[in-house]
Design a protein around this ligand. Structure first.
Ligand code: HEM
Length: 496
């Protein structure tokens, strides 16, 4: 009997030891009162992301810019001070993503967004050249072509009253990423019903829901749900699609190489690179080419990370310039001066659009496409002067930081000039602005995204005057990517 009691005690002790250590370390951290076992979970679980974020905002208001919450026995910390954010994002020990990113793994496996440690470091080094300026210059042709299609599509709304611009620009962003990542034209702007696109959207919804659904959060319980079966089906369809694109591209390149060597044609494949996929097919790590599985996880990652983010940035930038017609006027003048009647979009002309650059930056400050992102603490360690237990989640919330009056003067106002003259190297507040994250795991597609946004917005304002629907205000919906529940309602009028 005594042996049984002692054994039970030892087992319980073994189970709760790490939790006790967590509680001990987090005891004095500021945060809302938490219940035993549930923590703050009863208040937070089964909420939409918007409700979740509103509750967290309330906690920040009452407890300050560092706080902890408990979701069951999961310890979650939130850091809002730019100097803390800087320390976290530039600490090489803190490159592992938060637990919620695991919901993406059935689809993205461990590509650049979700991988960690050695795998991530090698991949990041190998993929960085794919975003070099020379390559981006080639992609600008695609941005230009797809925004011309968008201008045509917008004609149906010319002078016809308010419409929701979000889904319209989302299709343009989707066509851009399909063509630049895979070299495939899905032509969604022209109404081609793409099963691939439907599958991507449905899967993104499942991933988003899992982060707040009490059943679907658990790997074990999730397997018993209908959603799990649906997820398996969607993942298999999406992988089939990417696999077929990879293998047909491989075949194309093989044939091209053979015909080049037969005809002694010295125009190498290198000069014709058009898609990120082509670069991945040439990438070697430790002297070995990437396998098809390696390539698929990276292409799927680009498709996921490079589509909704840019769509949201485009939609909210349109909202902001529609709301501030004087700012729109200045952008129009700048773009008109630079492109004139026959100017071309390229890196040089886009870099000259300095005012438009400030406008896009300011829009991303107030409406960061990725409103919240996170890390996991890999071992008990000091972070920003506090000893955090192993597996603590760290959340960084650019959406709240943008609205903090200790970081920004008149934070709720749209003032592009606040970025004028700020150089990346000398801005002491640089980590107060993290829509593309920062430090080691910053967005590899940042420049790609900025050129795409600038091309699309400048093309729209060259062709149309944009106005806001009377009294329209977006209802921010903080999902994996920020959206607006009531759309982005604008009106357009042709300039010709
Ligand atoms: C306005 C558009 C975009 C915004 C605001 C944005 C924002 C971000 C943020 C905040 C992260 C860090 C996420 C985290 O730490 O969990 C990130 C990572 C990433 N982004 Fe973007 N992104 C944009 C567009 C793109 C595009 C167009 C691509 C690809 C073509 C891309 C590819 C990636 C990848 C691969 C990562 C993971 C990088 C790593 O961990 O090494 N993003 N992005």
């Amino acid at each position: 009997m005594i042996v049984a009691i002692v054994s039970l005690f030892v087992i319980l002790w073994w189970i709760f030891k790490s939790d006790l250590r967590k509680v001990q370390l987090a005891w004095n951290f500021p945060g809302p009162k938490a219940l035993p076992i549930f923590g703050n979970g009863l208040e937070l679980v089964n909420k939409t992301t918007l409700e979740f974020v509103q509750i967290i905002h309330g906690y920040i208001k009452s407890h300050g810019k560092f706080l902890r919450i408990w979701i069951g026995n999961e310890l979650v910390t939130i850091f809002m001070e730019p100097k803390d954010v800087q320390q976290i994002l530039t600490d090489v020990k803190l490159i592992t993503k938060a637990n919620e990113y695991k919901y993406l793994e059935p689809w993205l496996k461990t590509g650049l967004l979700t991988s960690t440690n050695q795998k991530w470091m090698l991949r990041r080094k190998a993929l960085t050249p794919a975003f070099h300026f020379q390559i981006l210059d080639l992609f600008i042709e695609v941005f230009d072509k797809q925004s011309s299609v968008l201008i045509e599509k917008l004609k149906v709304h010319d002078g016809k009253g308010p419409f929701n611009a979000f889904p319209v620009v989302a299709l343009a962003a989707l066509d851009v990423i399909c063509e630049t990542a895979m070299g495939v034209s899905l032509n969604t702007q022209n109404g081609s019903e793409s099963q691939y696109v439907k599958n991507v959207n449905e899967l993104a919804d499942i991933v988003h829901r899992r982060s707040y659904d009490i059943i679907e959060r658990s790997e074990t319980l999730f397997k018993f749900t209908k959603t799990y079966k649906r997820q398996q089906h969607l993942v298999s369809e999406l992988h089939k699609f990417t696999d077929s694109v990879i293998s047909s591209r491989r075949d194309e390149l093989k044939n091209k190489k053979i015909s080049n060597s037969l005809s002694n044609d010295d125009e190498s494949f290198g000069k014709k690179k058009k898609a990120l996929l082509d670069l991945l097919l040439e990438t070697k790590i430790d002297g070995k080419y990437l396998t098809d599985d390696d390539i698929r996880e990276e292409i799927d990652t680009f498709m996921f990370e490079g589509h909704d983010t840019t769509a949201s940035a485009l939609a909210f930038t349109l909202y902001n310039i529609a709301k501030h017609e004087d700012i729109q006027g200045k952008c129009y003048e700048e773009v008109q001066n630079i492109l004139g009647s026959d100017g071309r979009f390229n890196i040089k002309t886009l870099n000259e659009m300095t005012y438009l650059d400030l406008v896009c930056k300011e829009s991303l400050r107030l409406y960061p496409s990725v409103p919240i992102f996170g890390r996991t603490v890999p071992e008990e360690m000091k972070v920003c002067g506090r000893l955090l237990p192993k597996n603590t989640s760290i959340l960084i919330v650019p959406y709240f930081m943008a609205r903090d009056s200790t970081i920004w003067d008149k934070p709720e106002e749209f003032i592009p000039e606040r970025f004028a003259g700020a150089k990346d190297s000398d801005d002491s507040n640089i980590f107060g602005y993290v829509p593309f994250s920062g430090g080691y795991r910053n967005c590899i597609g940042q420049k790609f995204a900025m050129y795409e946004i600038k091309t699309t917005i400048s093309k729209i304002i060259l062709n149309y005057k944009i106005k806001l629907e009377k009294n329209f205000k977006p209802q921010d919906s903080l999902e994996l990517v920020i959206k607006s529940k009531n759309g982005i309602m604008i009106q357009i009028e042709s300039r010709n």
